[in-house]
Design a protein around this ligand. Sequence first.
Ligand code: G3P
Length: 216
Amino acid sequence: MKIFIDTANIDAIRDAAELGIIDGVTTNPSLMSREGLPFQELVEEICRIVDGPISVEVTATEHAAMVVEARRIAKMHPNIVVKLPTTRDGVRACKELSVKGVRVNMTLVFSPAQALLVAKAGAAYVSPFIGRLDDISHTGMQLVEDIVQIYDNYDFPTEVLVASVRHPVHVVEAALVGADVATLPPKVIDQLFKHPLTDIGLERFLADWRSTGQRI
Ligand code: G3P
């Protein structure tokens, strides 16, 4: 499973990229708005740091305006994947852009029916938002499982990108159900490394080694 980082924060992206486990970046207008930097500058800087798919979202809501914004965004860098909301206009724009070779990530997906539509429209990625479903007492991961099954049934090439990830259990479950990608906030990436037995084990190894008085 590929791991993307879900942030527009340059320091966090640089930090994660240095770990060597980041395959791409996802952003959205809310994440961009937190950074207080001009849009183009921020996108270009992210593309300099990570050599992988970088999702950047349109803010237009009408189909023709979405296509104009999408083309503008796609021109910024060859690694850019244009993110569109899964509305009627979004799906129409997705079809129009994908037949012209623009890679599209369809976002704000909350149902298997929406996922079926975006695959038919040629989306490169579908982004089910699992945390937000959990928040309203639905099982977000069931949606991911359903999408994986539907895409397998019909050999849709659209990649399942698990979004709105809140904790490491989401990451493990996404991998178990066969998602292609999970996009993780920096905090969840940090949490993945942690295990108390690792810390205790390392402490013991080092104490035992110190007692020998040797150095490597
Ligand atoms: O990038 C979209 C998605 O991951 C947002 O997550 O935590 O705002 O539901 P969240």
